[in-house]
Design a protein around this ligand. Structure first.
Ligand code: NDP
Length: 455
């Protein structure tokens, strides 16, 4: 199609686009969902810009540059041979080396990683830093494994992955199930295999090239995004009840920042249920959670016993009345019904720390209600932004101070907010941050792709 002019033609083109995508990627529902969310929201912007249609930019963005899939064999502590599958999805490097985390979780499939790599392309563009989009991982479950087993798995995983990554090619980081321990094991194996000490992974320990505040950056950034949206309404965190899901890296640092800004967090969760603490999760209780989850690797239900809070087995926290919600666990953890419950109970803002945590009908409900809604690719971009700064520090062989990095993170989130605002402002004064994030992220990558000709 050379030009999309009317809303009817745009709708028809969208339907044909999605039909083609589903035919080429059968059964990959998470990938379909992520592409649909982007494509439908940027159509109004590109409708009268034939250069993007004529050069098939959207079609090319939704086709990863490369997918690497490989066998990962390792031995458990009893000497049994175990087999998992590893992946790296290199989605798009139009504006910089591929960049995106590695996830170890039994739910990992090619579809999940393709959705994450696609999202990452737009997110990285929004940061303003030169980073393309990628994602990787394995269906390996680190839960319940000894350190020695995780070490053997990580070494085996890297023994194949190292052929495909490099500081100017593809720079992975952590994600669900991949924290400081796993990054250390993988970096050690890369170094051993290549005999090079280079910034090939981010999220590294401070002793070997890591950046200050990388650990905190995603959670802090998610909260800064909300702070920026509230500021437009001349509002702030003071006195706001907040529901947070998850209890991993993103969730815990979101809680820390909400507390610092004067909000009160009343929930946390994990895959077994959620806790509701009406008194709020203060710094001491949060320290308990971090120890529980990163050192003892226990369950969030133990928090309820420790502090006399409620534990709701097998449930998600969105039924708890709150002013602001921060989904920080995993994809599709807020259904359409959950979103409606949040709205019914008076929620005025959602900032997504996790990737694609809200299902499409939930997003539609937020947008219809006109609440402040920051989609993940904008809200959680603080992590990859500081990863980008870690890459710069590694290349220059320097380390910036915490103060400098805190300011850079805050400024980056303000810049992301302002781009979303600029592209998302609608008649009547509403701001559609989803449309803004998708459009602003798209333009930079698309224009770079146009400059390269047909590649
Ligand atoms: P962690 O592994 O540190 O924590 C994940 C948390 O989510 C745990 O509490 C886990 O519970 C919970 N969880 C995982 N799967 C499910 C599920 N199916 N149902 C309910 N809860 C679940 O991961 P992160 O905090 O790093 O990542 C969380 C989200 O943030 C992910 O979507 C990730 O992609 C995204 N993100 C992370 C970034 C980072 O810098 N770390 C950067 C940008 C995005 P349990 O312990 O029971 O498994």
């Amino acid at each position: 199609m050379s030009k999309v002019a009317t809303p009817e033609q745009a709708k028809e083109y969208l339907n044909r686009f999605m039909e083609g995508l589903k035919r080429r990627n059968p059964g990959e529902t998470e990938f379909h969902q992520a592409v649909y969310e982007v494509v439908q929201s940027i159509f109004p912007y590109i409708a009268d810009k034939p250069r993007y249609h004529e050069k098939q930019i959207l079609e090319r963005m939704a086709e990863p540059d490369r997918i690497v899939s490989f066998r990962v064999c390792w031995e458990d502590d009893d000497g049994n041979v175990r087999v998992n599958r590893g992946y790296r999805i290199q989605n798009n490097n139009a504006i910089g080396p591929y960049k995106g985390g590695i996830r170890f979780h039994p739910s990992v499939t090619q579809s999940v990683l393709k959705f994450l790599a696609f999202e990452q392309t737009f997110k990285n563009s929004l940061t303003g830093l030169p980073m393309g989009g990628g994602k990787g991982g394995s269906d390996f479950n680190p839960k319940g494994k000894s350190d020695a087993e995780v070490n053997r798995f990580c070494q085996s995983f890297m023994t194949t992955l190292f052929h495909h990554i490099g500081p100017d090619m593809d720079v992975p980081a952590g994600d669900i199930g991949v924290g400081a321990r796993e990054i250390g094991y993988m970096f050690g194996q890369y170094k051993r295999l290549t005999n090079q000490f280079v910034g090939v992974l981010t999220g590294k320990g401070l002793e070997f090239g890591g950046s200050l505040i990388r650990t905190e950056a995603t959670g802090y950034g998610t909260v800064y995004m909300m702070e920026n949206m509230l500021a437009v309404k001349k509002d702030g965190f003071e006195g706001k009840n907040c529901a947070v899901s998850g209890s991993g890296n993103v969730a815990t640092y979101s809680v820390e920042k909400i507390n610092q800004l004067g909000g009160k967090v009343v929930t946390l969760s994990d895959s077994s249920g959620y806790i509701h603490d009406k008194d709020g999760i203060d710094a001491d209780k949060l320290a308990y959670v971090v120890d529980l989850k990163t050192v003892r690797r226990g369950r969030i239900s133990e928090y309820a016993k420790e502090f006399g809070a409620e534990f709701h087995d097998g449930k998600r926290p969105w039924e708890v009345p709150c002013d602001l919600a921060f989904p920080c666990a995993t994809q599709n953890e807020v259904s359409g019904a959950d979103a409606k419950t949040l709205l019914k109970n008076g929620c005025i803002g959602v900032s997504e720390g996790a990737n694609m945590p809200t299902e499409q009908d939930g997003i539609d409900a937020y947008l219809d209600a006109g609440i402040l809604y920051a989609p993940s690719k904008a809200a959680n971009a603080g992590g990859v932004a500081v990863s980008g700064l870690e890459m710069s520090q590694n290349s220059a062989r320097i380390s910036w101070s915490e103060e400098e990095l805190q300011k850079l993170l805050r400024d980056t989130m303000k810049g992301i907010h302002d781009q979303c605002f600029e592209y998302g402002e609608e008649p009547g004064g509403r701001v559609n941050y989803l449309k803004g994030a998708n459009t602003a992220g798209f333009v930079k990558v698309a224009d770079a792709m146009l400059a390269y000709g047909v590649v």
